[in-house]
Design a protein around this ligand. Structure first.
Ligand code: SF4
Ligand code: SF4
Length: 93
């Protein structure tokens, strides 16, 4: 089981200039600014589930980690995220 990040557009304030998750994500072109919605968006196949974006967005709490079924590759929305890749936890200190 692995996780991927998901952005709640109701909470994301990217339209006000926030780019924290985009700046901190260690994977290139994985969490991006969506010009149409003016929110951050996760390119799900690229996400490594490291949690870092969730940690840096703790003030607005706009990012949730969801588990991915390893056999089907389907994101389990509303599922409880499994253990993370721990990079975000390391940053959170
Ligand atoms: S850090 Fe949070 S509020 Fe800021 S752009 Fe990313 S998801 Fe949106
Ligand atoms: S969980 Fe990690 S790899 Fe995925 S979008 Fe967030 S910071 Fe990037």
């Amino acid at each position: 089981m692995y996780n991927i990040a998901w952005v709640d557009n109701e909470k994301c304030i990217a339209e006000k200039g926030c780019r924290l998750c985009i700046m901190y994500c260690p994977e290139a072109d994985t969490i991006m600014f969506d010009e149409s919605t003016k929110k951050a968006i996760v390119i799900e196949p690229r996400c490594k589930g490291c949690d870092l974006c969730k940690v840096v967005c703790s003030t607005h709490n706009a990012i949730t980690m969801f588990p991915v079924d390893p056999t089907t590759g389907q994101v389990i929305r509303g599922g409880e995220a499994g253990e993370s890749a721990a990079l975000g936890q390391a940053y959170a200190g």
